[in-house]
Design a protein around this ligand. Structure first.
Ligand code: GCO
Ligand code: CA
Length: 260
């Protein structure tokens, strides 16, 4: 009798992989962490507030998932260095998802410079800080995956979100810059671009019937996205399935960017 052939391991299996997701004590970040863990990964949750991070860890553990906390402020270079050192002291790391981000809406002419700086620091500089703190570990091993959470604002503008748009556009180009520097070392750096999703960040928008109607009309799928619908793309970009995908952006937007 021929030897039973072992089924080839799924290209989407994250078993044995450890992933850090920044800004993952709630919202899209927590859904991405839950999804990666459901596909076998050990996930490290991050946020600035210990109570929120440990609450999220407890929630995932209660679902039988492998989750641990890493409390640090991604906008603070010293905290990032210390935080990543602790993560790496606790075990290997294979995936970094730069999800942490803020949105500050307002007319550009009225925007305080401090608000501009806060958005750019959180949405663009922080992903750079965390990525370059992790890069030596990935490059030393000759493998690793970095996923930046972008936005449809990486491609198009909308009134009242200028700093966010500038930062998310910059993050798309930083994705390509990191690809240029780290692809030779076996690291894949890609972007995940959500369209309009039902998140706390968008609570004000979701409460506005006119805006909600606009999103439903402007989105070919005719609806807002559910954060769980981002998991498939995140698993793909975190898994062996994407080992030859680099410097790319995968938009999960119900068709919004493809259609006028
Ligand atoms: C806004 C929203 C958007 C979405 C998302 C779209 O004010 O237009 O916050 O920015 O959150 O980023 O991809
Ligand atoms: Ca596991």
């Amino acid at each position: 009798m021929s030897e039973p052939t072992t089924a080839p391991r799924s290209l989407f299996d994250l078993t044995g992989r450890r992933a850090l997701i920044t800004g993952s004590s709630g919202g899209i970040g927590l859904e991405l962490a839950r999804g990666l863990a459901q596909h076998g990964a050990a996930v490290v949750l991050n946020g600035r507030t210990a109570a929120r991070v440990t609450g999220a860890v407890d929630a995932l553990r209660a679902e039988g998932l492998d989750a641990t906390p890493a409390v640090f402020d991604v906008t603070d270079e010293a905290q990032v260095g210390a935080g990543i050192a602790r993560v790496l002291a606790d075990g290997d790391l294979h995936v970094l998802i730069n999800n942490a981000g803020i949105q500050r809406r307002g007319a550009l002419v009225d925007l305080p410079l401090a608000t501009w700086d806060e958005v750019l620091r959180t949405d663009l500089t922080a992903p750079m800080l965390v990525s370059r703190a992790v890069a030596p570990h990935f490059l030393g091993r000759g493998s690793g995956k970095i996923v930046h959470v972008l936005s449809v604002m990486s491609e198009v503008g909308r009134r009242s979100v200028a700093p966010y748009t500038a930062a998310k556009g910059g993050l798309k180009m930083l994705t390509r810059a990191m690809c240029a520097e780290w692809a030779p070392g076996g690291v894949q750096v890609n972007g995940l671009g959500p369209g309009y999703f039902r998140t706390d960040m968008n609570a004000a928008l979701l409460a506005d019937p006119a805006f909600t109607a606009w999103v439903e009309g402007r989105t070919p799928a005719g609806r807002w996205g559910d954060p769980r619908e981002l998991v498939g793309a995140a698993v793909f970009l975190s898994a062996p399935a994407s080992d030859f995908v680099n410097g790319q952006v995968l938009y999960v937007d119900g068709g919004m960017l493809a259609v006028l």
